[in-house]
Ligand binder design. Structure first.
Ligand code: HEM
Length: 397
């Protein structure tokens, strides 16, 4: 293939899938822009990398999240970037926060919030789906989980938007760099205040739990705690907002799908899985080679940074039959949208619950969801797949 593919060109963002299909056919491991990372697009290669962390280190994520111009980004020091054995200890410590009992406790609040938001939406009828429903529900979930003040929820989106821009921000984009540095300072300042408050007055929440937690008899340092809280906000908000937004785009563009789900609500979980596969909200993750290695027929040097394209892998015809089509009742075949192996998404059950709760509240209340003729604007990121705005009109049932 001639020339490197630039993943954030508007025409690529509008429909990246034919480009990925071409990469899978012609250059399954090749350098792409921005950044010149090695994109890995075939299912077999992506899963191979995820299953071999001793060769492909999660430290690759650190490289992309903390470029020299940024200086400091707490997410680049979180669980997400750690390898064994450090990763196993940190993950064991925080896994508790995502157990079934925590979700069972969270569910009534999520259902009540979804009902309220949907009631407001059917009265308004013409809304931007993102601030009306797709954002506030995951913000309430993560805010509640962390025990943060509800008045902060509107700020979460700006914070996570800016952090998602790190890997696509160029050396010359001084304004963008300044914005991101400012956001990191603001987030860190706020999260440290929350930690100080919970130290003074512990509550029944995750921050208090993490402050009391011990790994091999040692408490987490403040820097480790800040890194984890940053990670939860980044990993838990933007992704779920985009899952809900992408689901709404599909329902607006395929009225027959909406009618089918209204008639057969038991299909909602299958719909959520297919949205995750078809428009993966987290399109990619990163790894770094720890030695010289051959992948997909290409020799990679030591310390090469790989862009593992989960969204492409989940549309690989070699793994999923008829992969470029949205098929509601697919025979069980896993996608890679929550990753695989040691770093498999800790919040997968929570994200599925949030999507379920929103659709359970929305589908009985609307007859149709339509969007205007203007083209969708996609988030300019190599990691995230989601729209920047989603004006819709709903017809109440
Ligand atoms: C649709 C929504 C979501 C998607 C698509 C998603 C996707 C992913 C993916 C692909 C990974 C693996 C990254 C890697 O291997 O490098 C991951 C890890 C992670 N996710 Fe999610 N995620 C979602 C929602 C959430 C939520 C709601 C939370 C928490 C509130 C969360 C917390 C995490 C954490 C803590 C990790 C790191 C796990 C580790 O490194 O061991 N995610 N997620």
């Amino acid at each position: 293939m001639s020339g490197r593919l630039n993943l954030v060109l508007p025409e690529v963002l509008a429909n990246p899938y034919p480009h990925f299909a071409r990469l899978r056919r012609e250059s399954p491991v090749c350098q792409v822009d921005p950044g010149g990372m090695w994109a890995v697009t075939r299912y077999a290669d992506v899963i191979h990398v995820l299953k071999n962390p001793q060769v492909y280190s999660s430290a690759g994520i650190q490289r992309t999240m903390e470029p020299p111009w940024l200086g400091h980004n707490p997410v680049a020091h979180s669980l997400l970037v750690m390898d064994a054995p450090q990763h196993g200890r940190a993950r064991a410590l925080v896994s508790r926060a995502f157990g079934a009992s925590v979700l069972t406790r969270l569910e009534p609040m999520l259902r009540a919030t979804a009902e309220q938001l949907v009631s407001a939406l059917v009265v308004q009828r013409t809304v931007d789906f993102l601030p009306a429903l797709a954002l506030p529900l995951p913000a309430a979930a993560i805010g509640h989980l962390l025990g943060l003040d509800a008045s902060l929820y509107p700020r979460f989106k700006r914070w996570t938007d800016h952090l998602a821009e790190v890997s696509a921000t160029t050396e010359s984009d001084q304004e963008g760099q300044k914005r991101i540095r400012h956001t990191i300072q603001e987030m860190e300042h706020y999260l440290r205040e929350v930690m100080a408050e919970r130290r003074r007055e512990p509550r029944e929440d995750l921050v208090s739990g993490l402050l009391q937690a011990r790994v091999d008899g040692e408490a987490l340092t403040d820097a480790e705690l800040v890194a984890f809280l940053f990670l939860l906000l980044v990993a838990g908000l933007e992704t779920t907002v985009n899952l809900l937004g992408n689901a709404a785009v599909l329902l607006a563009d395929h009225p027959e799908l909406l009618a089918r789900l209204r008639a057969e609500p038991a299909l909602v979980p299958a719909f959520i899985e297919e949205v995750l596969r078809y428009e993966a909200p987290a399109q990619s993750t990163f790894r770094m080679t720890l030695e010289e290695v051959e992948l997909g027929g290409v020799k990679l040097p030591r310390h090469a940074v790989l862009l593992l394209h989960l969204g492409s892998a989940s549309r690989d015809e070699a793994y999923v039959p008829d992969a470029e089509r949205f098929v509601l009742e697919r025979p069980e075949r896993g996608h890679l949208s929550f990753g695989h192996g040691a770093h498999f998404c800790l919040g997968a059950a929570l994200a599925r619950l949030e999507a379920r709760v929103v659709l359970d509240a929305l589908l009985p209340r609307i007859r149709s969801l339509s969007r205007g003729p203007e083209p969708l604007q996609w988030v300019p990121s190599i990691q995230i797949r989601g729209v920047t705005r989603l004006p819709v009109e709903v017809l109440p049932a």
